[in-house]
Design a protein around this ligand. Structure first.
Ligand code: BTN
Length: 327
């Protein structure tokens, strides 16, 4: 294992050079063998630096890693917003939702955001895992303290889905589709997922954690093989990398806009926006609810976010949780 100091010495040499620096020059300047230089190059590459190596010319820095940086994210936010009043960026955590929950229990202000470069125990819906490799994606949890009764808190899931869809559109020009309740798809592939958790008493919400995972620059090889839903990333769809700090700022600004409107006008405008991104209206869908599978035309979402399914006998079934597929 190489020390960070040894890596940063070499990095400084590469940063200062306009073009290639030979291995011999580097070993002379750093006072180490050429094998030691090579080991540091390998370590820097593993940390996300792109270093070109040509036998005749030496080494050249071609790409810096896209490091998450709270100051860069905050600099990209419109002034005076509630979301992003405090931004915590971690290199690694089990789950940003767990960390945000802990901060919220300790009294963190509304609008606190926790981001991590990588998660070691990223949580997905229904007890599943969320693949969370480092250096490529966005794993973000937002603390909100809405003054709504607990049964209305699921409305915030729809609000976050709309904000993620907006951010994707603004930053990439791609048009995502929302699949009830909280999957964001590009084509038929999942690009983002939401996991919202809550602390509440019988008649009041203490806080809600909006957990958002966006596959930003993930490569095909980084997706687990046993995925239930085919998945993609923004970079795979675009054929280019997307800056994570900038994307995070756009997403937080969208969340701020949606949340301030929700506080004034309630759920109706969120539901309208959500409906515009949903591709299932009127279409036949099947919904797996536990061991049962229901089928019928998708009739929209209710005031609390429940899925409305028209059954063959004409009744409208309200479904609070399940997996939907368009037939
Ligand atoms: C899903 O299954 O679609 C929901 C995935 C939610 C993943 C995000 S990543 C940030 C936050 N922290 C977690 O552990 N999960 C959510």
């Amino acid at each position: 294992m190489l020390s960070r100091l040894a890596q940063s010495d070499l990095l400084r040499q590469l940063e200062q050079a306009d073009s290639f620096v030979s291995g011999e020059q580097l070993s002379g300047r750093l006072g180490v063998s050429r094998t030691a230089v090579w080991k540091r190059i390998v370590a820097l590459r593993a940390a996300g630096y792109g270093i070109e190596a040509l036998p005749s010319r030496g080494y050249r820095l071609v790409r810096r890693p896209d490091r998450l940086a709270a100051e860069q994210i905050v600099a990209g936010l419109p002034p005076g917003g509630l979301v992003g009043q405090r931004v915590v960026c971690l290199d690694e955590t089990g789950s940003t939702n767990v960390e945000a929950f802990r901060l919220a229990e300790g009294g963190a202000v509304e609008g606190t955001v926790v981001l991590a470069d990588r998660q070691t125990a990223g949580k997905g819906r229904l007890g599943r895992r969320w693949a969370s490799p480092g250096g490529v994606n966005l794993y973000l949890s937002l603390v909100l303290r809405p003054t709504v009764p607990p049964y209305e808190a699921p409305q915030l899931t729809f609000l976050s889905a709309v904000a993620v869809a907006r951010a994707i559109e603004v930053e990439t020009g791609l048009r995502p589709v929302i699949k009830w309740p909280n999957d964001l798809l590009l084509g038929r592939c999942k690009v983002a997922g939401l996991l919202n958790e809550m602390s509440a008493e019988t008649d009041r919400v203490n806080f809600v954690i909006l957990g958002i995972g966006v596959n930003v620059n993930m490569t095909r090889e980084q997706f687990p093989e046993d995925l239930r839903t085919p998945a993609t990333s923004l970079a795979l769809e675009l054929g280019r990398q997307v800056g994570r700090n900038r994307f995070a700022a756009t997403l937080l600004a969208a969340l701020d806009g949606e949340y301030s409107r929700f506080r004034v006008d309630g759920f109706a405008p969120v539901r309208d926006d959500w409906s515009r991104y949903c591709n299932a209206f009127g279409r036949q869908v099947t919904v797996a609810v536990g061991r049962q599978t229901l089928q019928g035309p998708f009739a929209g979402i209710d005031h609390d976010g429940a899925l409305l399914l028209r059954l063959p006998d004409g009744r409208l079934e309200r479904i609070l949780s399940g997996d939907v597929s368009v037939v």
